[in-house]
Ligand binder design. Structure first.
Ligand SMILES: [Zn+2]
Length: 98
């Protein structure tokens, strides 16, 4: 198998996993649960403690490995993509009152 081909298959796998993961993440955040524990989510589907841990790890990486790290986290459902967390937040029913 060529590198290019296995890269493509990797991308396809990624897309497959994320539909399932995305559904599960949306459910958790809508229920007011962090993706990694049962505390309230703060940013990107994570509670303050897990978001801090996520940032700490991300900031320790080189620019090159950061993209890979982010993709891997999103694929595993450990963090929401920025756009996704925006979509979930925009469904806040309290926003429309007063
Ligand atoms: Zn947490």
């Amino acid at each position: 198998m060529t590198d290019e081909l296995s890269h493509l298959i990797g991308l396809m796998d990624m897309a497959k996993v994320s539909a399932k993961v995305r559904r599960r993440n949306k459910e958790r955040v809508n229920q007011g649960l962090c993706l990694c524990c049962d505390k309230a989510p703060w940013r990107r589907g994570l509670c303050i403690a897990h978001y801090a841990a996520f940032l700490r790890k991300r900031n320790s990486l080189s620019k090159l490995s950061r993209g890979k790290f982010l993709l891997e986290c999103e694929r595993k459902g450990l963090v929401l993509a920025p756009r996704e967390s925006e979509q979930i937040r925009s469904k806040d029913p309290f926003k429309e009152i007063a």
